[in-house]
Design a binder for this molecule. Structure first.
Ligand SMILES: NC(=O)C1=CN([C@@H]2O[C@H](COP(=O)(O)OP(=O)(O)OC[C@H]3O[C@@H](n4cnc5c(N)ncnc54)[C@H](OP(=O)(O)O)[C@@H]3O)[C@@H](O)[C@H]2O)C=CC1
Ligand SMILES: O=C(O)C1=N[C@H](C(=O)O)C[C@H](O)C1
Length: 278
């Protein structure tokens, strides 16, 4: 849909499709959109063969009927959408990027664990539609990103920077998308490239810590929603910047904010700092 062909209703309350509808974030997004005054749920996508396909998504979630049937036909679902919110897997997100671009729908990407090649493959789609990607959609983490940049810029390499993250035992990628955002921010503040100084997955006789490195550690356990510390460890003092998520609704609210923010914007790649104006 072009900006000029948008109906008054779609402009006021954009229609949103959720991919990975049965997932932890998929379900949280659906619940959050249903209660949102400025967004409408117009589609729920799951992969072919999933038990939810063909069922009303509200019923599948164990609640009241929502009038939206789960489909495995993303092309059809996206054709009536002004935005697609996508928290799935890297492979799925690459496919959805192309389809969202064809539908000229804003593509909000929460999926983490994408490698550099996969991130590059997203670019062609962003020439045709707005793409908003962030490893964390919460206001708090995006504020922490800015604080991390500032603190890293103020301190020299006498302070060792470590990013420590903890997540639930289902999480499949490490370091988390958020940890990487924080690492990038620390590197930017210090005026270095993260790839040159990143140190993750320490195990065994690793040798002493290299001055200037930015380290990553990952904890996985239970139902931890997401916790991130940025530690600046000096001689005789330590500074810790911390964010603790206790409810996935913070990510869902951020994603919906991004879907609304993207309406009528020029095609291109954006992040949550753009959305929040930070
Ligand atoms: N940016 C942010 O703020 C946040 C990002 N995330 C990220 O979002 C992603 C999803 O997290 P979460 O909801 O916990 O994960 P879940 O495993 O609970 O959900 C993932 C969903 O995506 C679907 N999916 C996965 N692969 C494919 C595929 N190839 N084709 C179609 N559907 C697919 C799954 O379907 P099936 O069950 O059939 O596999 C499932 O419905 C992760 O990358 C996570 O790190 C999470 C929270 C916040
Ligand atoms: O998988 C999750 O759950 C989360 N993933 C994101 C990440 O990788 O940082 C955001 C949040 O921490 C929850």
């Amino acid at each position: 849909m072009t900006a000029s062909s948008m109906t008054a209703s779609s402009a006021a309350t954009p229609g949103i499709v959720i991919t990975g509808a049965s997932g932890r974030m998929g379900q949280m997004l659906i619940k959050t959109i249903v209660d949102h005054p400025r967004a409408r749920l117009v589609g729920a996508v799951e992969r072919s063969g999933h038990a939810w396909v063909g069922q009303d998504v509200g019923i599948a979630m164990g609640g009241p009927e929502l009038g939206v049937t789960v489909t495995d036909d993303a092309v059809e679902a996206f054709s009536v959408a002004q935005a697609v919110i996508d928290f799935t897997s890297p492979e799925a997100t690459l496919g959805f990027a192309t389809l969202a671009a064809q539908a000229r729908a804003v593509h909000v990407i929460g999926t983490t664990g994408m490698n550099d090649a996969q991130i590059s493959q997203l670019e062609p789609a962003s020439r045709h539609s707005v793409q908003m990607r962030a490893g964390n959609m919460s206001l708090g983490v995006n504020l922490l990103v800015q604080l991390t940049k500032k603190v890293a810029a103020a301190l020299d390499e006498d302070f060792d920077i470590e990013v420590i993250e903890a997540h639930h035992h289902h999480k499949v990628d490490a370091p988390s998308g958020t940890a990487l955002m924080l690492g990038e921010a620390a590197a930017e503040g210090r005026g270095v490239t993260l790839a040159d100084v990143s140190d993750s997955g320490r195990d065994g006789i690793t040798g002493a810590r290299k001055r200037g490195d930015i380290g990553f550690s990952a904890i996985r356990g239970g139902d931890i929603v997401g916790e991130h510390d940025v530690l600046f460890a000096g001689q005789g003092e330590r500074i810790v910047l911390r964010h603790m998520a206790t409810d996935r609704a913070i990510f869902a609210r951020g994603a919906i904010k991004a879907a609304l923010w993207g309406q009528g914007k020029e095609p291109g790649q954006y992040d949550m700092l753009d959305v929040l104006g930070l």
